[in-house]
Design a binder for this molecule. Structure first.
Ligand code: NAP
Length: 259
């Protein structure tokens, strides 16, 4: 299937590994030139080179903190007029709500709500003027079904989701489509770190805890960044302009809801 986006330009945030890298790879596979970002330059440059070699697209690597105004300015300077924006950043820490002070909440809201909104604000008018835009926000299944240990994510990402729900409907007539991808369990570094902590809290070893988490998923496995990325590329296709303001859960069916 040809997604009709060859030669388009994309910014993919937080993309040196994990889900962001999966999205970058899938877009590059469709012939999209990339600006990718993460804080650590070494891993980011290695990923950029891996994508160049595998796909032949142009990849610019910008090492910066996407949750800071300076980091966003550096990324936007490298790609001031993107056709595609994939918003992503590290997720907030797991824990108990009693442990989170005001500064922790401010950081979660900044990183997982305000930062993506600032990037959307910076690029959306250009997309409207050019009559093409695709924005995908990586959020979490915690938006659809709250996870007790992920209260910061449940709350901050719901704020982004609410804002996007309104804006997506304001810009859709200009062929600018904004949607959210809600990952469930993907065995990335973040997930491994979270499972390690939860296993320790439950007094179990990592392998036993991981096996139980795997078995409880209806698909009987964890997801891969590659399949996550392919869903992202689909939402960025030229024919995806009628998919507006949706929240696509990719979780093997673990959020137990009818709709
Ligand atoms: P990951 O494997 O830990 O990768 C995170 C990526 O983001 C890395 O490339 C990291 O590079 C970059 N990054 C982190 N903070 C950044 C910042 N402030 N500025 C720029 N880049 C930054 O994580 P992941 O599993 O792919 O998760 C991606 C997002 O999906 C997170 O928000 C996570 O909470 C959410 N999520 C993941 C899952 C899952 O199962 N994996 C489930 C639900 C939600 P540097 O550290 O070098 O910056």
């Amino acid at each position: 299937m040809d997604y009709g986006i060859k030669g388009r330009k994309a910014i993919v945030c937080a993309a040196s590994q994990g889900l962001g890298k999966g999205c970058a790879f899938a877009l590059a596979g469709e012939g999209v030139d990339l600006v990718i970002n993460a804080r650590g330059a070494d891993a980011l440059n290695a990923t950029a080179e891996e994508i160049r070699r595998a796909t032949g697209v142009r990849v610019t690597a910008i090492a910066a903190d996407i949750t800071s105004p300076e980091g966003r300015a550096a990324v936007l300077a490298a790609c001031p007029a993107p056709d595609i924006l994939v918003n992503n950043a590290g997720g907030p820490p797991i824990g108990d709500f009693r442990d989170w002070d005001e500064a922790t909440w401010q950081k979660a809201v900044n990183d997982n709500m305000i930062a993506p909104i600032m990037l959307i604000k910076a690029v959306v008018d250009g997309m409207i003027a050019r009559k093409f835009g695709r924005i995908v926000n990586i959020t979490s299944r915690s938006v659809k079904g709250p996870l007790p240990h992920l209260g910061l994510s449940n709350g901050a990402r719901a704020g982004l989701t609410g804002f996007v729900a309104g804006l997506a409907r304001q810009v859709a007539k200009h062929n600018v489509a904004i949607n959210n991808l809600l990952p469930g369990p993907f065995l990335t570094d973040r997930q491994i770190d979270g499972i390690t902590r939860l296993a320790a809290k439950a007094g179990q070893d990592y392998a036993t805890f991981l096996a139980a988490r795997t078995a409880e998923n209806p698909a009987g496995r964890f997801g891969t960044p590659e399949e996550f990325g392919k869903a992202c590329a689909f939402l960025c296709a030229s024919d995806a302009g009628f998919i507006v303001g949706q929240n696509l859960v990719i979780d093997g069916g673990s959020v137990n809801v009818t709709m």
